[in-house]
Design a protein around this ligand. Structure first.
Ligand code: FAD
Length: 329
């Protein structure tokens, strides 16, 4: 699908939205592969998100929200539709304690969905707010972390989010976290919505102790995960009762390459772009990992990474080429 000039004209006329027609998506993802989107719309505030989604809905244009691109694999053929991205104006934190007076039991902080989760975790630690230690090494945005229920070391977003502000074609409103469907590495947001802000409920704590927990988690990550490489983190979810990485390693796949992509020698559930990988290379390795784990351990691995603009090779063809149901318009 190529967007009609009418849609482009209407989007261009919007206040608070910037357009990039035929936008390459690889630079917006940490793995750095894949093709172009018909249009990338960068929005500066919530009314602009609503107005953009209204136009896309009226013209039945498929769309997806892009966060920090740390959990996304874009098809080499690109994405036929619009990619909506929150601008830097969505990087903020309101309600941080000012250090005066007695701390309440729970501090509510409102954070823009574009804010990097790990950065907010660091700011919260410095302010003596506990609960986000698990997030200190997770590189995504706060909005993406809600959509994927990001987590580590047995904690996840579901435990610290009080409410989420969702924008859709009809407007924006706050939804209680308890009213959303949280699951392992997913949160089912109402169809056609973008997370624009998140209210965290954090507990007062001792900064030095919280920072020590951060350091311990970062040390653990550094010893177990590849560093300074292009990757989207874990390719597959951990099946119940075990780690996907261990199963892939036991299948003898560490270091295996296809084209410019490699199964990390450090952590077998990480795929690395060695420099000139294509998404086809990455998908070929994901298929191999799945097949070999099925053959050697009788376990069916499910992808953790979201594939945009295509279906995974093992999925029935004709399935809706996909993105996260969480954010799909
Ligand atoms: C080195 C590395 C380590 C990682 N470690 C972890 C880890 O320990 N635990 C973990 O859970 N993940 C981990 N990840 C994956 C990733 O960081 C998380 O899933 C992160 O929360 C994704 O956020 P993002 O902003 O990058 O989302 P994106 O990758 O941009 O998008 C992911 C999904 O979220 C949707 N989305 C993004 N923003 C919004 C929004 N504002 N509103 C609605 N939907 C939205 C997208 O449409 C897409 O479906 C790791 C990734 C890397 C590269």
């Amino acid at each position: 699908m190529t967007l009609s000039p009418v849609v482009i004209r209407e989007l261009r006329a919007l206040e608070g939205a910037r357009l990039w027609v035929d936008a390459p998506l690889a630079p917006f993802t940490t793995i750095g592969t894949g093709g172009k989107a018909d249009v990338l719309v960068t929005v500066v505030d919530t009314p602009a998100v609503v107005a953009t989604l209204k136009i896309l809905q009226e013209h039945a244009v498929p769309w997806v929200c892009l966060g920090a691109g740390t959990d996304l694999l874009v098809a080499d053929e690109g994405y036929r539709g619009a990619v909506v991205k929150l601008d830097d104006a969505f990087h903020y934190a309101e309600g941080m304690p000012d250090g005066d007076g007695c701390a309440p039991d729970r501090v509510i902080v409102t954070v823009g969905a574009g804010t990097l989760l790990a950065r907010f975790a660091a700011v919260a630690a410095e302010a003596g707010l506990a609960g986000l230690e698990f997030a200190c090494g997770i590189p995504g945005s706060v909005g993406g972390a809600v959509a994927t229920n990001a987590g580590a070391y047995r904690s996840s977003m579901a435990e610290v989010v009080e409410a989420v502000e969702l924008a859709g074609a009809a407007g924006a409103s706050w939804v209680r976290a308890a009213d959303l469907e949280w699951d392992y590495r997913s949160c089912r947001l109402p169809a056609g919505t973008v997370v624009v802000a998140v209210r965290f409920g954090l507990a007062p704590g001792d900064t030095a102790t919280i920072l020590e927990r951060h350091r311990a988690i970062l040390r653990r990550r550094r010893s177990a995960q590849p560093r300074g490489v292009r990757t989207f983190g874990c390719a597959f979810k951990n099946p119940s009762g075990g780690g996907a990485g261990r199963l892939i390693e036991a299948a003898g796949l560490k270091g295996v390459r296809r084209g410019g992509a490699e199964i990390s020698r450090v952590h077998a559930n990480f795929l690395v772009n060695l420099g000139d990988a294509t998404t086809a290379d990455v998908l070929a390795l994901m298929s191999l990992m799945r097949e070999e784990v099925k053959r050697t351990a009788a376990v069916s691995l499910e992808p953790e990474v979201r594939l945009l603009g295509a279906t995974f090779p093992w999925e029935p063809s004709g399935a809706d080429p996909g993105e996260s149901p969480a954010a799909d318009g």
